[in-house]
Design a protein around this ligand. Structure first.
Ligand code: HEM
Length: 352
């Protein structure tokens, strides 16, 4: 069982981050008396929590539980979004994004350091956000500052000042999108223009730290789709998801009472040696996904196919053009307890 925290002010998952000196600690479920919540980190326990019908998603900050009446609306929202993200539509967006990605990758310098985030990921993610939400690239650029405020609060959900800033920005953003399923309006804009570059930043940071994997992908572009799964696993973004028990349940032998909160340490589960061999290695040839970065089951990310398409389409040209990327400056990290990623990624790129 959990031996207790070394520093009471630090939650168990504060070390669950890509730049940690040590890998996440995986342990049996325990009740954290300070947080008044169960903490789960083993892959099998978190999978069981995702599968349990008596656990409802909750925000890290509130005790609100989805009401049954919201459930039919949620299922309708999922169906409408899936339809809007059909394979044909994804292909159409991919065909528009691909030439932009190649043009952008060819504008990256090789004689001087380049920032892969401002110079490559962010402009392409903004273009995709404009395409998907049906606004002009010009309007999208104008909404960026507000989307950044929303994203900053999601990255650090316990900061009241960030939450206040996000509330105002959310109201303004909501009034700018009028058509399509709800997840493809303001929240989709924020996810694509802000969260997607964070995922890519983490993934590319991992590849830069593992130059042999970068080189392998340069030589074997056919590995790209499975490499994206591996990078989502290894370098995934969202640290925790939260659930509330809507009834007493037995979760893998642990008795959880109605009303208790459960913290799912997603990054820890993705590094569980009981589920993944050599979990703290990046291995782009690894087969079989199984990561929980985009959730799982009935509440899994409805934008998952879009994220995968975008990650492959944007990463492919970068790895195709450049045989290597070496760190050129130390990375400054942004975000907090929600998610954390490099704010810039300065590298020296070489074609051979
Ligand atoms: C960019 C990176 C993204 C990440 C890391 C991400 C991650 C996640 C995760 C982990 C969940 C599961 C939440 C839970 O189980 O409590 C989720 C749910 C969800 N995601 Fe995403 N997501 C991303 C982008 C998007 C996009 C672009 C959309 C728009 C289509 C989207 C729409 C949703 C919706 C609507 C849900 C809730 C599904 C439900 O409750 O039925 N996400 N996302």
């Amino acid at each position: 069982m959990h031996a207790g925290r070394e520093e009471p002010s630090k939650p168990a998952w504060s070390g669950d981050q890509l730049d940690s000196a040590s890998p996440p600690e995986i342990e049996a479920p325990y009740f954290d008396e300070i947080l008044k919540a169960w903490v789960l980190s083993r892959h099998a326990d978190i999978l069981a929590a995702f599968r349990a019908s008596n656990l409802s998603p909750a925000s890290p900050n509130s005790k609100k539980v989805s009401e049954p009446i919201e459930e039919s609306g949620r299922l309708k929202m999922r169906a409408e979004t899936m339809e809007a993200l059909s394979p044909i539509q994804l292909r159409a967006w991919r065909e528009r994004l691909t030439p932009e990605a190649y043009a952008c990758v060819h504008s990256l310098p090789i004689e001087e350091p380049a920032d892969l985030l401002d110079g490559y990921a962010r402009p392409l993610c903004l273009s995709l956000a404009a395409m998907v939400t049906g606004i002009s690239r010009h309007d999208a650029a104008g909404l960026c500052a507000r989307a950044e405020r929303v994203s900053a609060a999601a990255a650090e959900p316990y900061d009241p000042a960030l939450r206040r800033g996000a509330k105002a920005a959310n109201v303004e953003l909501r009034s700018c999108f009028h058509s399509g399923p709800e997840p493809l309006r303001d929240s989709g804009f924020v996810a694509l223009s802000q969260t997607l570059p964070c995922i890519l930043g983490n993934a590319w940071f991992a590849l830069i730290q593992h130059p042999q994997e970068w080189s392998l992908l340069h030589q074997q572009p056919g590995l790209m789709e499975q490499a994206v799964e591996e990078l989502l696993r290894y370098a995934g973004l969202v640290r925790i998801l939260v659930r509330t028990a809507t009834a007493d349940i037995d979760l893998n032998g642990f008795f959880i009472r109605k009303g208790e909160r459960i913290i799912l340490r997603i990054i820890a589960a993705n590094h569980d040696p009981a589920r993944f061999s050599n979990p703290n290695q990046v291995d782009v040839t690894r087969r079989g996904a199984g990561h929980l970065t985009l959730g799982y089951g009935s509440h899994s990310c409805v934008g998952a196919s879009l994220i995968r398409m975008a990650a492959v389409t944007i990463t492919q040209p970068l790895l195709q053009r450049f045989a290597a990327a070496k760190p050129a400056r130390s990375v400054v990290w942004q975000g907090g307890t929600g998610f954390r990623s490099p704010s810039s990624l300065w590298v020296g790129l070489s074609e051979v």
